[in-house]
Design a protein. Structure first.
Length: 498
């Protein structure tokens, strides 16, 4: 069950500073200047006053699902410990100053503990990183996005379980492969004689009943124009392949992965977080479509059947998802597992690989390799982070965020704009307080599984520098205490330890 959301006390919208509101809107539209993040505090306040997202810290639900799965497999309960996966490909050569600072998996102790200007960071972060709440292993990286310098690093290149922070890698890969304007289609095909109609999924998990109703209305119009009022209905999910169930098994945090589904297979009115899920998302969507066709005056001769469209079929209706930029933002803000797995499969399709778990992992890894990021020991097992076989380094997570802040890569900006705002939105809406510090100044992706807590994001420090950071911990035993310890690390970057 999700934890309750505590909404911050804010001034009414009419009292907001107009410049702050404009800054928030500019941020949402994706300015090409990296310095947009420097207004994140004002933007966070304006965004919160306009519409604070109602999503709670859903990672707690993920943790419960993963714990239940582990208990079912082992019969003993607790965390399920998997061996480290095989090493990923070696990183490609890098020429940019940001990439040069990230290392390639052969970082020395000096790279982990830089001297000089970073001594102040060491004095602030070292004691916080030793907090017992962070478990038995921890790693950390802080990067200055302008100079590309690694300001701080402890175990920076050690692959660890990222939990949901792996969604950052999934998002970067999808945006790199497809671009922020890409939309996922859902299409209705009609046979040459108009007697057979096929609802064809393209992999949009956010397809909703309103869109389905429009598809049905457009289809009915085309059929009536051809003098047809009764059809055979098929539904096609062949765009995706492989097993539909995530390795974690059926649970309320992710539906069976299908090229055709309605509202992420949710069986309630929720739009984010854990929810009862259907075991047959494609069949349910097709049956709803049949009802809507009937409402529009087109009967179906029998229940919908799974199958591909007949030869020489033509499109009579089409719906496009929100742009990929919007899907990425939603996936990161709400830690949406269904969208994240869809992003991995869309990346696989773009690379002409099978759209299954294996194809997704290979396609995402290949895209990251093209970016020249540190991949030694990295294993991307899924798109969502529910799979404990996922292994990434803090250097990779911080490096991905640094790349998203690079003005030469505006296509990656949704990775930053989608990060939850501390104390205001998504999985950070109930984290960070006036006592903690950093409220509105920190944007970060959370990650939580049994014994795993992570946090990776951006922050503006007291000097006005835009920093990216990644903090990872395993062997944790008290999730709320571990989250608090991670929040203190990020807040220290925002306040300079004061």
């Amino acid at each position: 069950m999700a934890e309750p959301v505590e909404r911050p006390s804010i001034d009414p919208p009419g009292k907001l500073n107009r410049a702050a509101l404009k800054g928030a809107l500019d941020l949402r539209n994706g300015l090409n200047n990296w310095q947009f993040t420097a207004v994140s505090a004002a933007a966070g306040l304006a965004l919160a006053a306009g519409a604070v997202l109602a999503a709670g810290p859903w990672d707690s639900g993920q943790r419960k699902a993963e714990q239940d799965w582990a208990a079912a497999r082992s019969g003993t309960g607790g965390a399920h410990h998997e061996p480290a996966g095989p090493s990923g490909p070696s990183p490609a050569p890098s020429a940019g100053p940001v990439l040069a600072a990230l290392g390639t998996g052969t970082a020395t102790a000096a790279a982990d503990a830089p001297s000089g200007a970073s001594a102040g960071l060491r004095a602030v972060l070292d004691p916080l990183l030793k907090d017992a709440a962070l478990g038995t292993r921890r790693s950390a990286v802080v990067i200055d996005t302008v100079s590309g310098k690694r300001l701080y690093g402890v175990g920076a290149d050690t692959p660890m379980t990222p939990a949901s922070t792996v969604k950052i890698a999934t998002a970067v890969a999808a945006l790199t492969a497809l671009g922020p304007e890409h939309r996922i289609p859902t299409t209705v095909l009609a046979s040459a004689d108009l007697r057979t109609v096929t609802l064809t999924g393209g992999g949009d998990p956010t397809l909703d009943r309103a869109a389905l109703r429009t598809l049905a209305a457009d289809t009915a119009r085309a059929l009536k124009d051809g003098g047809v009022t009764s059809v055979r209905l098929r539904y096609d999910t062949s765009g995706y392949s492989g097993p539909a169930l995530h390795p974690i098994g059926p649970n309320e945090n992710i539906a069976p992965v299908s090229a055709l589904m309605l509202d992420e297979g949710r069986l309630d009115d929720s739009s984010s977080g854990p929810a009862p899920r259907t075991g047959d998302p494609a069949g349910d969507a097709a049956r709803d479509f049949a009802e809507l066709l009937d409402d529009a005056g087109i009967g179906t001769k029998s229940g919908p059947a799974s199958g591909r469209a007949p030869a020489k079929s033509r499109a009579v209706a089409r719906h496009l998802s929100a742009p990929l930029s919007g899907l990425v933002e939603r996936a990161l803000t709400n830690s949406d597992n269904d969208i994240a797995e869809a992003l991995a499969r869309q990346t696989a399709l773009a690379a002409r690989r099978p759209a299954d778990f294996t194809g997704g992992r290979r396609a995402v890894t290949a895209q990251l390799k093209k970016l020249g990021l540190p991949l030694k020991g990295v294993d991307i097992a899924d798109g969502s982070g529910l799979d404990r076989r996922d292994k990434v380094s803090a250097a990779l997570l911080a490096g991905l965020l640094a790349r998203a802040a690079d003005p030469d890569h505006p296509e990656l900006r949704p990775v930053l704009t989608g990060l939850p705002v501390a104390g205001f939105s998504g999985t950070l809406s109930s984290r960070y307080t006036a006592k903690t510090g950093g409220t509105g100044l920190i944007r970060a992706k959370t990650g939580t599984l049994t014994g795993v807590n992570t946090l990776a994001g951006t922050v503006v420090d007291p000097q006005g520098r835009l920093l990216t950071f990644a903090f990872m911990a395993t062997g944790t035993t008290a999730p709320s205490e571990a989250q608090s310890a991670l929040d203190k690390l990020a807040a220290a970057l925002a306040t300079g330890g004061r």
